[in-house]
Design a protein around this ligand. Structure first.
Ligand SMILES: NC(=O)c1ccc[n+]([C@@H]2O[C@H](COP(=O)([O-])OP(=O)(O)OC[C@H]3O[C@@H](n4cnc5c(N)ncnc54)[C@H](O)[C@@H]3O)[C@@H](O)[C@H]2O)c1
Length: 305
């Protein structure tokens, strides 16, 4: 099939592209390379550099094309930055999604897979959140992703929204707002101490990137509609994550303690049982194994490990 992947040069989108190319699909990517990187992208994918929030530029980039399906990953994704750059986040996430939906109709797509977030939409989750839980986004990022979901739901395209937990895996950026697994593995690799905010009790649902890619491939089957959580249903604290990484990589060079970060939820976890019940997807990779695969891909394992 011919598939358009927006944001395909980014961390997650590039893994989706790899899987599509590997199964023989023809892949078209739209990305403005603002946080993505050409180096992430398989050479067999056809890259069009364009901003999804610019409807005219997007239409021009896709003129004359036809696709069977769309996977919409393009977004600004940083929670703290979204509070400082509200207009940018609204434009890229809300207007961008509207434009990609419009373009998908012109492209005659039969399936639209919207990549959303569980981590930033549900707010505090003492119990892992089910899809019907009220959304309580605390950041502009989460708020705009929720708005984008509504646009997708209201569209007459056959569409599915995947609310992803905290993804980890190779190629994730280790910048300050990158995933904590990428940040920690970077520290281990360089022999630098890790920084733990607060008491390290913050819990997140960490899901391995290859598992999430499998959810996208299943969604592209076109049999499911609506909203699905994609996570493990297991909440892991930062302290537990450090213990799990220590089992893979040995002890860190040191642990620095820093004050808790404002606005962080204490516990973020999604309940993935609807996806399993509806035979869409279930996670397969246990945290220990996913961390080992990620550390190996990032060259952080000792040669004998
Ligand atoms: N990484 C996670 O843990 C996680 C969790 C939940 C949801 N998500 C969602 O997954 C998707 C991908 O996130 P990621 O972590 O890979 O981030 P990323 O920054 O690596 O990927 C985003 C991609 O979108 C591109 N992009 C940004 N603005 C654009 C624009 N205006 N026009 C065209 N392209 C644009 C970037 O260049 C980049 O390649 C996002 O929709 C994000 O909300 C990620």
């Amino acid at each position: 099939m011919r598939v358009l992947v927006t944001g395909g040069a980014g961390f997650f989108g590039s893994h989706v592209v790899d899987a599509l190319v590997a199964r023989g699909d023809d892949v078209l990517v739209v990305d403005d390379l603002s946080t993505g990187d050409r180096a992430n992208l398989d050479k067999r994918a056809d890259l069009r550099i364009s901003d999804v929030s610019d409807s005219a530029a997007l239409a021009k980039a896709l003129r004359g094309e036809r696709v069977d399906a769309v996977v919409h990953c393009a977004a600004k994704t940083k929670v703290v930055e979204s509070m400082e750059k509200e207009a940018l986040y609204r434009r890229v996430i809300v207007d961008g999604t509207r434009n990609v939906l419009d373009a998908s109709k012109t492209l005659a797509a039969r399936v639209f897979v919207n990549i959303s977030t569980g981590g930033a939409i549900y707010g505090e989750t003492p119990e892992c959140a089910v899809e019907t839980a009220p959304t309580a986004a605390e950041s502009n990022y989460g708020r705009f992703k929720a708005e984008a979901e509504k646009l997708v739901g209201a569209s007459d395209l056959p569409a599915i929204t995947l609310r992803l937990a905290n993804i980890y895996g190779a190629r994730q950026r280790a910048s300050l707002e990158g995933g904590v697994v990428a940040i920690f593995i970077g520290c281990w690799k360089r022999g630098e101490p890790i920084t733990v905010f607060g008491d390290g009790a913050y819990e997140r649902d960490y899901v391995y990137v290859a598992d999430v890619v499998e959810a996208v491939l299943a969604a592209l089957g076109g049999k499911h509609r609506g909203i699905y959580n994609i996570g493990t249903g297991v909440a892991t604290s930062v302290n537990e994550l450090v213990t799990a990484l220590t089992a893979v990589l040995g002890p860190p060079a040191g642990v620095r303690r820093a004050p808790p970060r404002a606005g962080e939820v204490l516990r973020g976890c999604v309940d993935p049982s609807k996806a399993a019940r509806d035979r869409l997807w279930r996670s397969r990779t246990k945290l220990a194994e996913g961390l080992r695969l990620t550390a190996a891909a990032e060259g952080a394992l000792a040669p004998s490990a």
